[in-house]
Design a protein around this ligand. Sequence first.
Ligand code: SAM
Length: 248
Amino acid sequence: MDTKKVYNENAGKWLRFAPDSLSDFTARPFVFDACGDLNGRAVLDIGCGEGYCARELKRRGAGDYLGIDLSTEMISAAKSQEANDRFGIEYRACNVMEFVPDRQFDLCVAVFLFNYLGTEEMQQVFSMVRNALHPNGEFIFSVPHPLFPFVRPEQAAPFYFASNGKNYFDAVNQELEGEIWKRSGEPLHVQCVHKTFGDYFDALRSAGFTGMPEVQELTVTPELATIDEAFFSPLLNIPLHVLFKVGK
Ligand SMILES: C[S@@+](CC[C@H](N)C(=O)[O-])C[C@H]1O[C@@H](n2cnc3c(N)ncnc32)[C@H](O)[C@@H]1O
């Protein structure tokens, strides 16, 4: 899949100002809460998309904020919105593999970026992030749960990655195509370059993150199912995403 082309062609579908896609309910709120009291902290947001998370983290008190994304159209949508909001967010169109930080940050967030990178690329980005963080800096990222494509192989709403009979170990670094639905009924095309749990831990350690990460395995909770049973209940109790939080 040509990630840049897909996001350039779909930037309009991603732009949103309130929770809409499944993971706006099942993942992003947990990322925001994991960021804690932002209180002027400098944030680097890699794979920032059209700025949904950037705007929320700025509302929550983030200071200096740099968002980078591969897709020029996602960045253009983010910049247009910033021209209205004037949050003070800097956006740059850039492949994270070529990104060289020009300053240091207190926090780096990556919300569903690493599902577009293979294990070696991810490890290089982890190293870049560690170098870009202040000594007490933190790194928070969310990814698809490594078991999700195998626990729920049906290619059906509101979320799937097509594992097509592949298995958890052999599928490492293979691209699994998928879709995630918005509550409004529209699907968004997504992709998962599969990694095992061990791959995330190995890459963190190789990049020099030696402390134990906090790990949250995220799912559809019964509370979410009461909000919109038809939308959420097909995924009740299925492992959907994982949030990692680690200190430098
Ligand atoms: C699922 S979207 C998430 C966007 C945003 N983080 C959010 O939570 O709304 C994934 C984003 O990662 C970006 N991306 C994928 N590969 C990238 C790369 N190599 N460098 C920078 N951004 C990349 C895509 O362009 C896309 O905007």
